[in-house]
Design a protein around this ligand. Structure first.
Ligand code: UTP
Length: 308
């Protein structure tokens, strides 16, 4: 299904709509993190001082997103509770004079409008996105995986929104991975399409390949868990047959989108952590603890004492 040229026009054909909404699929079972995820959502596992999904919601807010749609499933109600008001906890903290803590708790629920929809069965990431169709409506939207953390001052989602709003074409974040690890990722087959102000970070996607062996990989650019997509993706996903793992894969829906409307790969500026995986989670914890103003010094000193 390789397309030699994808249909990306040099200028958007119609005025481009602002990206206001984001979908956060969080209905997966988190089997790589059992038994921690037996009775709690992996998106609620704590990294330094807040659950992972709060980092992702904060990235949305920092990117100008106004409405977040979280796709949940059975056993995920802790996510809804976390972003809800907690009047008795706030009152308790105020009464104890813990005003800063009360404000912090209030801020979590006041940050942004959050809606929830349920994926009744975990039929795949593409299916989870499709479940959000009615809440998204006919407008472009971002997708952020609830267990991929991309900390930093320059939110990856905002970088993709800038590409979409300048070109009217969807964009997905990619990053370089070691060539011998391509079998762990969705890999982009793209051709360089530099244009100002994005420069050489922009590639036109010819095709996407799910987890290719290193010898078959068309590049070492891996899909990272941040996407900005036009509403046409819903029609593509509705036509997508179950793929790897018998699941409706977002990658397969995006292959159709890339062929029919074009799709950018954008080598974003930043580092991602797959916190749904034990090693990725540990790396995120260490890196974010080192970036934390309160903990940095003591934690750094502690790490230096370790005999490795
Ligand atoms: P993952 O494959 O990392 O999540 O999907 P998983 O299935 O929970 O993890 P493992 O492999 O069993 O450990 C990436 C994101 O897509 C969501 C997950 O919640 C995660 O945030 N997802 C995945 C859904 O919402 N629905 C699905 O059917 C599958």
């Amino acid at each position: 299904m390789t397309t030699p040229t994808s249909p990306i026009p040099s200028q958007p054909a119609v005025p481009v709509r602002k990206v206001r909404k984001a979908v956060l699929p969080a209905a997966g079972l988190g089997t790589r993190f059992l038994p921690a995820t037996k009775a709690q959502p992996k998106e609620m596992l704590n990294v330094v001082d807040k659950p992972q999904i709060q980092y992702v919601v904060e990235e949305c807010v920092a990117s100008g997103i106004e409405h977040i749609i979280i796709v949940t499933g059975r056993g995920k109600s802790a996510i809804e509770d976390h972003f809800d008001h907690a009047p008795s906890l706030e009152r308790f903290l105020e009464e104890k004079g813990k005003h800063a803590e009360a404000e912090m708790v209030r801020r979590i629920s006041d940050m942004v409008q959050v809606s929830y929809t349920r994926q009744k069965e975990p039929l795949g990431l593409g299916h989870a996105v499709l479940v959000a169709k009615d809440l998204v409506g006919d407008e472009p939207f971002a997708v952020l995986l609830g267990d991929v953390l991309i900390p930093g001052e320059n939110p990856a989602t905002k970088q993709l929104i800038d590409v979409y709003e300048a070109t009217g074409v969807g964009a997905i974040a990619v990053e370089e991975v070691p060539k011998d690890r391509t079998h762990l990722y969705g890999i982009v087959d793209g051709e360089s399409a530099p244009q100002p102000p994005f420069g050489a970070r922009l590639l036109r996607i010819r095709d996407l390949v799910e987890k290719p062996k290193p010898e078959n990989a068309p590049s070492n650019l891996a899909i990272t868990g941040r996407y900005v997509l036009p509403p046409a993706i819903f029609d593509c996903l509705a036509r997508t047959k179950p793929g790897a793992g018998n699941e409706i894969q977002l990658t397969d829906g995006m292959r159709i989108l890339a062929q029919e409307q074009g799709l950018w790969a954008y080598i974003y500026d930043g580092i991602s952590y797959d916190a749904g995986d034990k090693l990725g989670f540990l790396k995120a914890t260490v890196e974010l603890a080192l970036q934390n103003k309160e903990l940095n010094e003591a934690f750094r000193a502690y790490l230096k004492t370790l005999k490795l």
